[in-house]
Design a protein around this ligand. Structure first.
Ligand SMILES: Cc1cc2nc3c(=O)[nH]c(=O)nc-3n(C[C@H](O)[C@H](O)[C@H](O)COP(=O)(O)OP(=O)(O)OC[C@H]3O[C@@H](n4cnc5c(N)ncnc54)[C@H](O)[C@@H]3O)c2cc1C
Ligand code: FES
Length: 328
């Protein structure tokens, strides 16, 4: 174990030589800022004051030449080569409610959802403690670097279920589609601060773009299970290209069909009877000024996320009512 000391607040934690500084911090209950865990968002950047680290992903999009000159590293990619002192500003919002645990998991079933989205179910050692909206890292056979996938089910079901979109030529998804029940992986989680806020009195808007479906399904189901839908409305928006991408709203759970207003927005389907256009435009048309009265959750590609954040900003939605993960 290597001792990591943080400055300016002086907290310290142990980091296994095979772990990253971010994940070890979160396992120890230290609120190191982060989001993606794959070197793309840059939220986990820190300055190395003393000691040496190695970087797992040399081509991390969020790690540039300027960072390297200034001895700045990404917490999600940096492994300590010995004791280190690191500088970052801890965020209480990032202190995990359930510290992440790395454990073996076994694939138990595979169910096709659409032509390119499949649900993979895993059973893992240890408790299934997570919040609706969170994700886990899957270390897949023969794939360099773990891939994050968001759970679509609820804690307490003795299973970790992920709805995953197949990416043609993608290393992680190719490895997943080659797996059969009984195969084992290493699973590390939960992560993410974009989880369901059960104590918010506001109505909910959920926006899922393509592969962003999984965490929104979990949040919708979690809101129902927590009794939130007795006095709050839930608008579920699903954005996709064409009719071949549509999902059956029953996927959200049979008991949810009456509690949830489901809308599909198709961006490339001129003949469709569903709403046409981009997800954020359809939501803005429907809710306009009322957006700021909602708790808003979304997940999907970075370009969709940027459009939704712009829309929310223009509608005056306070940042603390927006909860999202960008899928890199
Ligand atoms: C927080 C989060 C949650 C996500 N949840 C879901 C989900 O629920 N469902 C879903 O379908 N997709 C989800 N994704 C996307 C998913 O993680 C993958 O990016 C996607 O499946 C494509 O992976 P691939 O390996 O098939 O494609 P590839 O093109 O081989 O890899 C794509 C991505 O993998 C990452 N990557 C590549 N090399 C490395 C490396 N050496 N180390 C670490 N990372 C690397 C990069 O982010 C890259 O963009 C999520 C992404 C994030 C960030
Ligand atoms: S770059 Fe490290 S959490 Fe996103």
């Amino acid at each position: 174990m290597n001792k990591i000391t943080t400055t300016p607040d002086g907290a310290s934690f142990d980091c296994d030589p095979n772990d990253t500084i971010l994940r070890a911090a979160l396992r120890a209950g230290v609120g190191m800022p982060y989001s993606c865990n794959v070197g793309s968002c840059g939220n986990c950047k820190f300055e190395l004051i003393e000691g040496e680290v190695s970087h797992l992903r040399e081509d991390s999009p969020a790690w540039g030449e300027r960072d390297q000159k200034r001895n700045r590293w990404l917490g999600c990619q940096a492994r300590p080569d010995g004791p280190c002192t690191v500088k970052f500003r801890a965020d209480p919002a990032c202190v995990p409610l359930h510290p992440p645990v790395s454990r073996p998991a076994e694939l138990t079933s595979v169910t096709q959802i659409t032509h390119d989205i499949t649900e993979f179910r895993f059973m893992a050692d240890g408790p299934d403690d997570f919040r609706p909206g969170q994700y886990a890292l899957l270390h897949l056979p023969g794939v360099k670097g773990a891939r994050p996938y968001s759970m679509c089910n609820l804690p307490g079901e003795d299973s970790w279920n992920f709805q995953i979109r197949r990416v043609p030529g993608g290393k992680g998804t190719e490895a997943l589609w080659a797996m059969t029940p009984g195969d084992r992986v290493r699973m590390d989680g939960p992560y993410s601060t974009a989880y369901l806020r059960e104590d918010s009195p506001r109505d909910l808007i959920l926006m899922a773009g393509g592969s962003g479906l999984s965490p929104m399904v979990s949040i919708a189901r979690g809101a129902k299970a927590a009794g939130m839908l007795k006095d709050r409305q839930l608008h579920f928006y699903y954005g996709a290209r064409g009719e071949q991408d549509l999902i059956d709203p029953i996927l959200l759970g049979e008991d949810l069909a009456d509690s949830v207003r489901f809308t599909a927005a198709l961006s490339d389907a001129p003949e469709t009877s569903h709403r046409q256009g981009f997800l954020h435009d359809v939501v803005a048309q429907d809710l306009g000024d009322a957006l700021k009265d909602h708790e808003i959750y979304f997940a999907g590609p970075a370009v969709m996320s940027a459009a939704i954040q712009k829309m929310a900003h223009e509608a005056g939605v306070p940042m603390d009512q927006l909860h999202f993960d960008e899928f890199y």
